[in-house]
Design a protein around this ligand. Sequence first.
Ligand code: MG
Ligand code: ZN
Length: 193
Amino acid sequence: MSISNTKRPAVFLDRDGTIIEDRGHLSRPSQVAFFAGTVSALRRLKEHFELFIVTNQSGVAKGLLTMEDVGRVNGHVLSYLSGFGIRIIDTYVCPHDASDGCECIKPKPYFLRKAEKNHGIDLSRSFAVGDHPHDVAFAENAGAQGIYVLSGHGIKHRSELWEDARIAAGIEQAADIICKIAAVPAAGSNDAS
Ligand SMILES: [Mg+2]
Ligand SMILES: [Zn+2]
């Protein structure tokens, strides 16, 4: 059995309530508000992990916004982050409603498998971060590790979470936990530049 060392670990970030405030179904870039800790957390994580965004946008299925709206909002998120040297490898959107029975909605691990296949990601060394129990289940359903954040809807849904789930106050503490589990230095980017 030969094992390739070229597969890379990743962090899969939920969007609303995790890296930006959850203000309902966002259709315009002007509605985007980053959490204060997002840039510093992602700058640390990017030193050791590929970064992805995975977002359920059921507002599309409900007719509240279009995929073009979602694309514009995501485009703004990506360009803002890229201004801080943070590259998001891919942004995955499920536009369906839970009742549609699609394959791509979290907690189904469809997009994790897609990243594994298309970007050579090692899911066993990867993490998903989000403010909903389905973000944690998403990770666990593909052998990755989930970190639940109490930002966004995190406090509201906390009672639905299982006992042994890892919980962070927000994205910065999630980055601390991930770096600790992965045994990588938590403050890489400050030293490097
Ligand atoms: Mg969320
Ligand atoms: Zn879907």
